[in-house]
Structure formats: structure tokens, C-alpha cells
Design a protein around this ligand. Structure first.
Ligand code: MF3
Ligand code: CO
Length: 291
């Protein structure tokens, strides 16, 4: 999801420029803390989200199966749309217009190739070739409730450095999931991911983050892939969150393409992205987007 950096928070920041500097960061942090509204899902809602997650995983793995050199990213999108419709569900990203977006997202699937980080728009002109890496990201609405999932896969034979980038990003997601214990805080998740990725000298994207999910595609809390232990909101049984580390084989910086959706690495190096929808329980976290 989008960074909250762009959100206009001015109210308590009156006074001289000096005072603004002194209190600005704290004021924004306090406001973020006061205004977040994390929903606790009921057992009935969780049952629906669990079924939706299973359906979403089924579709995304089927899309993965048809990825090969010569296929267009539009064909992947068409296939995802068809499978979701056959199940009687709805593609959550189609026409979705989150805060900060200038126009609705025009497809069901996000397909981001090589240096594209996330939100790549499918196109019949974009043909996958041997050695590419491709991130597929899909949201599904089942009985009114949402799940979100993504993975990066290689097209044909890929380089060892691409393999390592993909493996590290998938493991980073698992490390984040392991930190999703009842009573832990949001900062513990980001800290776990960051500590795992940092020794590899990859860039962790900071301006995009994980998020709550369920009643909407994007809900509170905002879940950065970096952070400090013991900070942020507390995780509680019944929360449903999407974790989604985005890891670059170079700089952490990203740029927004002129299509106004696709984020790309600023240095043109490859990027990988994995995402699961997770339920916080009173024991181990449950991955809801699994078969
Ligand atoms: N998993 C992506 C995210 O949370 C899904 C984006 S949906 C889109 O940012 F429609 F905004 F692309
Ligand atoms: Co997401």
C-alpha cells in the first residue's frame, strides 16, 4: 500500500518554524497512534476470510503455473480474472482507488517485471522472456471480505543472483510472519524483516508497506518492513494483516512510472515481493492465503 508520508497532518504544528522542527516528528507519530483503528475480526468473518484466502492462493498458484517465456502479462491478468469469476468471487484490485492514487487500478492482477517493484499494469505488449523475474500480486473479495497475496517467480532459467533475491525475500516474509505473535508490536515485525535482510546488502523498500486487510483491501495498521522492537500498535488475537516485504537488488529507492501506478527501482536493478494475509491467534500466526 501507499506510504502515509503524503498524508496532510498540520493541526498541532503551529508556531515558529523552529518549534515545528522541535515537535513535528513527535506530533505526527502521536497522531498516527491516536487515529489508527485496527479491526478485530469475528470468528464468522475469519471463517469467510480463511475460505477467501484459500481461493486466492489457488488462483495465484494457477497463474504461476502458466508463466513461461512468450506469455504476455495481460494473459496472466485475463487468466486470474477468469478463475476468480468462475469461483463466484471478485478481483479486489480491479478499479480500486486507494488514497494517493490518481486513477483507479485498471486490472485484476498486478504484474511487475524485473526492476518493477509493485503495481505493474498488465499489457498485451509486455511479453515475458527467459531470465526475467515477475511478481504477481492479487486481491480477492469473497462474501464481501478481502485477502491479499503476492509472490515472485522466475521465467525459465534465471541467474543465481535472481534466485538468491527471490529466496531471501520469501524468507523475509516468513521471518515477519514468525514475529506476528499475540502481544508483539508492529515494530517487531519490521525489525525482524529488516534484521534478516540487512546482512544481504539488499535495499528494503521503505515507502510501501504491509497493512491490515479484511473489510477493505487496505486497513490499519500500516506495517513497514523495517522498525524498532517494542514500538507501534500491539498485535491482538483476531487481527488480520497482510505482510509484504519488497526487496531490491540495489538501492531501496523507488520511482513512480508515468503510468502513475508502477513503482520501479531507482537504479534499474531487480526487485522481489512476497505477501501473505495473516491471522493473529493466541498461539502461532495462521497464514490465511494458503492452499
Ligand atoms: N498488495 C498490494 C498493496 O497492498 C496491492 C495493491 S492493489 C492496487 O499495495 F490496486 F492498488 F494495485
Ligand atoms: Co497488500
Amino acid at each position: 500500500m501507499y506510504s502515509k508520508d503524503g498524508v496532510d497532518i498540520h493541526l498541532p504544528l503551529e508556531g515558529t518554524p523552529q518549534e515545528e522542527n522541535k515537535y513535528g516528528v513527535e506530533a505526527v507519530l502521536v497522531l498516527c497512534y491516536i487515529f489508527i483503528m485496527i479491526l478485530i475480526k469475528t470468528p464468522e468473518e475469519i471463517e469467510i476470510i480463511r475460505e477467501g484466502g484459500k481461493r486466492l492462493a489457488t488462483v495465484l498458484y494457477k497463474v504461476k503455473e502458466i508463466i513461461k517465456p512468450g506469455i504476455s502479462t495481460k494473459e496472466l491478468d485475463d487468466y486470474a480474472f477468469k478463475l476468480i469469476k468462475e469461483m463466484g468471487d471478485y478481483p479486489a484490485f480491479l478499479n480500486y482507488s486507494p488514497d494517493g492514487a490518481s486513477k483507479p487500478y485498471p486490472a485484476s492482477l498486478c504484474v511487475s517485471v524485473n526492476d518493477e517493484v509493485v503495481h505493474g499494469i498488465p499489457s498485451s505488449k509486455k511479453i515475458l522472456k527467459e531470465g526475467d523475474i515477475v511478481s504477481i500480486d492479487l486481491g480477492l473479495r469473497h462474501k464481501g471480505l478481502y485477502t491479499d497475496m503476492a509472490m515472485t517467480v522466475g521465467v525459465g532459467e534465471i541467474s543465481n543472483s535472481s534466485k538468491k533475491l527471490i529466496e531471501t525475500t520469501e524468507r523475509a516474509l516468513q521471518v515477519g510472519i514468525d514475529a506476528c505473535q499475540n502481544g508483539n508490536r508492529i515494530g517487531d515485525i519490521g525489525h525482524a524483516i529488516e534484521s534478516f535482510v540487512r546482512p544481504h546488502r539488499y535495499g528494503i523498500v521503505e515507502v510501501l508497506a504491509g497493512h491490515g486487510v479484511g473489510k477493505a483491501v487496505h486497513e490499519d495498521p500500516y506495517i513497514p518492513n523495517f522498525g524498532k522492537t517494542g514500538t507501534g500498535a500491539k498485535l491482538e488475537k483476531g487481527m488480520v494483516i497482510a505482510l509484504e516485504p519488497m526487496v531490491n537488488n540495489g538501492t531501496k529507492n523507488v520511482v513512480l512510472d508515468k503510468d502513475e501506478w508502477t513503482f520501479k527501482t531507482a537504479d534499474g536493478k531487480k526487485s522481489a515481493h512476497f505477501e501473505h494475509t495473516i491471522l493473529i491467534t493466541d498461539s502461532e500466526p495462521e497464514i490465511l492465503t494458503k492452499l
